[in-house]
Design a protein around this ligand. Structure first.
Ligand code: SR1
Length: 325
């Protein structure tokens, strides 16, 4: 592959191997994250190998070992279970391979951690929930512990409940799998049947929100329930803006930008430049009302309306070309 003119070694030669090893690949967020990473890699002349994630910790470990053996100079780890990864990640570091973690706490000063400011993200969507519904309501909460972003969002949910004693968490449910939305929908249906007084659902992952929306629509209770989420995609925008949709707000980054930032963090380390330990991509609040009023139907249209959504100045350098998305 051709080198990048004016770039420091090893990017002046081209063909630098980087591996992106995901724990989850299914769903819009992870597809867009990988596409953004690929786009930034292409702009840098990097040979990016993406290993698919199937929510399997043993497989993710194996993929890290494969990436080491294939000669990857840097490895980006996207989600995962820290306790299953620490020894193989240490093997990579011991071989001089640079490592970047997105949404998995590897607790190592040598590994930059990329995140979306999950506290801010949960605050934005929950502030909107309080604005719309007041401070007294019965809530359903979709949560699966052990995923770093969901655990951070949960800290804000606990804080909001502690500060607003009128909020009752009536039911907690959720599944993360390769069929998260449909599995969550089945759980949500049972929850709504048992708790017809739930009026607000905090579902801080778009696959959760889709599942809850499916259940709400099947039960014909869309006029009684409001859903507040995280994440956004073109398909999500369509679900949020459709007539009578109970999904009224979300807080999100552009996942393609987060993917590009993850690759830049790896590239800067390889070029010997310093990278902050914590790298944050800030989210924005997106409401159903705003989307409808602005006539926004796609992620591309959203990016045009909110320029901050499609760019991040995190971990960049003059020699790193912009990714196209
Ligand atoms: C199962 S964790 C899902 C979350 O990971 C990313 O942080 C996305 O925002 C998504 O909500």
């Amino acid at each position: 592959a051709a080198g990048l003119t004016g770039a420091p070694a090893p990017f002046d030669k081209g063909g630098v191997k980087i591996a992106l090893i995901s724990y989850i690949s299914a769903g819009d967020f992870f597809q867009a994250y990988q596409a953004g990473a690929q786009s930034q890699a292409k702009a840098l002349g990097v040979d990016l190998q993406i290993f698919p994630g199937r929510q399997n910790a043993a497989e993710q470990r194996e993929q890290i070992l494969q990436a080491i053996n294939l000669g990857a100079k840097a490895i980006v780890i996207d989600h995962g279970q820290p306790e299953a990864l620490s020894d193989v990640v240490q093997q990579a570091l011991d071989k001089g391979i640079k490592v970047v973690a997105f949404d998995v706490n590897l607790n190592n000063p040598k590994i930059p951690q990329v995140e979306q400011s999950d506290h801010r993200l949960a605050e934005l969507t929950l502030q909107q929930a309080l604005k719309d519904n007041g401070t007294s309501f019965k809530a359903g909460y979709v949560y699966v512990a052990g995923f770093a972003p969901l655990d951070r969002r949960n800290e804000i949910w606990e804080k909001v409940k502690a500060e607003n004693k009128g909020i009752t968490e009536t039911a907690r449910f959720g599944t993360v799998s390769d069929t998260t939305a449909t599995a969550t929908a089945d759980q949500a249906k049972a929850v709504f049947r048992a708790n017809p007084d739930i009026t607000v659902v905090f579902a801080p992952y778009d696959e959760f929100a889709r599942g809850v929306k499916l259940a709400v629509n099947d039960l014909g209770i869309a006029d009684k329930v409001k859903i507040y989420s995280a994440d956004i995609s073109t398909a999500d925008i369509q679900e949020i803006t459709e007539k009578g949709s109970p999904w009224v707000a979300t807080a999100a980054t552009n996942p393609a930008v987060v993917g590009a930032v993850s690759i830049r963090a790896a590239a800067l380390q390889l070029a010997g430049e310093s990278v902050p330990h914590q790298i944050v991509v800030d989210p924005v609040l997106v409401t159903q009302k705003d989307l409808r009023e602005a006539g926004v139907n796609t992620i591309e249209e959203l990016a045009k309306k909110i320029p901050a959504f499609s760019t991040s100045t995190a971990v960049t350098a003059s020699w790193i070309p912009s990714a196209a998305f």
